[in-house]
Design a protein around this ligand. Structure first.
Ligand SMILES: C[S@@+](CC[C@H](N)C(=O)[O-])C[C@H]1O[C@@H](n2cnc3c(N)ncnc32)[C@H](O)[C@@H]1O
Length: 423
């Protein structure tokens, strides 16, 4: 009996929120058998986000490599899969706690509209915490505390806590008798009194327990590597002169971004700025490399995307007549995913499996079977389908109705493919 399947928590999965997190049971299912991989093999997730696949791989005794374009996702993935000595953690936390109010909080930050998102007293306390964390020299400990700090930002900001993309709480949005009026009022009241230091150390203690649990479950002979890289070009270093070796991966498990879900960067923008993981300029640059993004210049979407499959091209042409931007978003998404699949195929061993978790979309009011077209592309480059499973989506961060012609995605497909030799 898989006891943990019914419980909410499992080691460090809940160390930090992340939009559109993968249901951890899916990688668990594919990693805990010797059909798709064996202990000690290397598993890749080229869209690792917050590291759900990486952690499950580690717990299943597989080495793992993850890549993501979002530096916050990379940071969370690293911390989520890193063992840290418990006594060192406790000692450092105690030390910071005793000195926290002595830090002057003069750290320089360049955050757009900072006062719009946080009360001044909260900014002042956050700066002191950040300063204290910045002085830590042990990278593992520092990154662990940065993740706790990042989580704390969400708890004390004026952004609506139930939405992933920041929207400021607004008491005037609801009539007084509305239930949400009371909730917003309570939240604003809490923010006017909250002691950020207390909130931070509460989160630190919760996450410390998670890492202690991880320490007990993970093995020292298993490694996890996180690459801050584009899934289309799996490079090992920032200079880009060292690439992930061809045919070095035994199994790929991944849940790519959805078409039209450009919000991975936007929803983490405040965190990226506070943690100084990205300048505002770099954030805009990153948004342009997100696969599935929605914002394009007119010059870009005035072209029709052609993919070389008759039915797909006709479908895109049909959508183009209704709404050129939406047609371009979906067409370009498929095109960019093709580049990811070519790179995936390069690094995957012959006969290796690719487990793809994807969903269909609604474009211009019509269902667009993304999973079917992605499968078609994979088959054309040398994969065969071995199994298709369907999962009903209950709650995934970015599942909102995004525009008038796009519906909420409610089903996802788990497609198992095998790399074949002859193509
Ligand atoms: C559905 S999420 C993955 C969530 C992950 N499985 C988890 O459980 O946290 C998709 C991820 O793809 C990343 N992404 C988007 N475009 C990318 C690209 N060109 N290269 C690498 N990662 C990219 C996003 O930053 C996001 O983290």
């Amino acid at each position: 009996m898989l006891m943990w399947l019914s419980v909410k928590e499992r080691t460090s999965h809940l160390i930090h929120f992340y939009p559109a997190k993968l249901l951890r049971h899916i990688p668990y299912f594919f990693l805990n058998n010797s059909f798709f991989s064996s202990p000690g093999d290397i598993v890749l997730d080229p869209f690792c986000g917050s590291g759900t696949v990486l952690l499950e791989a580690l717990l299943a005794g597989r080495n793992a490599i993850g890549a993501d374009i979002n530096p916050l996702g990379c940071l969370i993935s690293r911390v989520k899969t890193t063992q840290i000595d418990e006594s060192k953690m406790r000692k450092t936390i105690k030390n910071i706690k005793s000195k926290i109010s002595e830090y002057p909080g003069t750290i320089e930050l360049y955050i757009i509209n900072l006062e719009y998102w946080f009360y001044p007293r909260i900014i002042e306390q956050l700066k002191r915490i950040l300063e204290a964390v910045t002085f830590i020299t042990d990278t593992k400990l520092k990154e662990f505390l940065l993740v706790c700090f990042s989580n704390c930002l969400r708890r004390v900001s004026l952004a609506d806590p139930i939405l992933y993309v920041p929207v400021k709480l607004n008491i005037h949005k609801y009539p007084k008798e509305h239930s949400l009026y009371k909730k917003v009022n309570e939240r604003l009241d809490y923010l006017s009194k909250v002691n950020v230091f207390d909130e931070f150390f509460k989160l630190v203690n919760e996450n410390l327990e998670r890492i202690v649990d991880l320490n007990k479950c993970s093995r020292n002979d298993i490694s996890t590597t996180v690459l801050c890289a584009d899934a289309r070009n799996l490079i090992l270093n920032t200079e880009g002169n060292d690439i992930l070796q061809s045919e070095s991966i035994h199994l790929v498990i991944t849940s790519p971004p959805y078409a039209g879900a450009q919000k991975y960067i936007r929803s983490t923008r405040l965190h990226l700025s506070w943690l100084r993981l990205c300048t505002s300029l770099k954030i805009s640059e990153l948004e342009r490399t997100i696969i599935g993004r929605e914002h394009y210049r007119k010059a870009e979407y005035s072209k029709l995307v052609e993919l070389g499959f008759d039915d797909l091209d006709k479908r895109i042409e049909h959508l183009y007549k209704i709404n050129p931007i939406r047609a371009y978003i979906i067409g370009n998404y498929i095109k960019e995913m093709r580049d990811v699949f070519i790179e995936t195929k390069r690094v995957l061993k012959k006969d290796g499996y690719l487990i793809l978790i994807t969903a269909s979309n609604y474009v211009c009011g019509e269902e667009f079977e993304t999973h079917v077209y992605l499968t078609r592309i994979l088959e054309s480059i040398g994969f065969i389908v071995v199994l298709v499973l369907i999962d009903d989506i209950r709650s995934r961060g970015l599942m909102t109705k995004r525009n008038r012609t796009a519906n909420i995605i409610t089903r996802e497909w788990v497609i198992v493919l095998k790399k074949i030799a002859y193509k």
